[in-house]
Design a protein around this ligand. Sequence first.
Ligand code: URA
Ligand code: SF4
Length: 219
Amino acid sequence: MSRSDDRPSAFDATPFLPRDGGLEAYRRAAAGCHGCPLYENATQTVFGKGEVSARVVLVGEQPGDQEDRAGEPFVGPAGRLLDKALAEAGVDRDTAYVTNAVKHFKFTVAARGKRRIHKAPGLREISACRPWLRAELDLVRPEVVVVLGATAGKALLGGSFRVTKDRGTLLPMPGTDEEQYVVATVHPSAILRADDREAAYAGLVSDLKVVARALNGNA
Ligand code: URA
Ligand code: SF4
């Protein structure tokens, strides 16, 4: 890698995007993305999963340890919690497309042992990877985009986004003429770490009920 490639401005997935094609073409192209250095240590690109006809797109942060190995988003503990909350809120899991703001797993390795410890992606990686997320949203054109936590919020709503301030309400999607809404909520992993898990989980379900109502109202 030349020195100039190390500059922050050089981090960008755009050159790796196909010129056209559907979700499958994008998924294949994303497998070869070197838009930022995260591909170097991760196992594989974890692209979104779901039907192009999905009515709702859920956006997480980045793949976790299990997702990195499986190559699919939300297959680990956070995903199981999310599935449960979606069912409880009345959002049909089959009409949902799930993805992440960043498509490669960022981690550090514990000083002793081999355990890979999640590390939050930075703004450079979030913006480098955003073209993939934008492409997914352009192809799926969901009615509602669910922002799961701060990273997805920064990716789609900008740096001033705060989960605590913006959660649980139907917001118009910025930068689109289409009738598309955003609902922000906490990240399911934050619930697994919360002191009061029950209250945190109830908050997630309550926010997802806003999504369910929006979808039912539009049916
Ligand atoms: N957390 C995320 O944000 N995404 C996943 O796919 C798994 C855990
Ligand atoms: Fe490309 Fe995103 Fe992976 Fe970086 S994290 S290499 S931009 S797919």
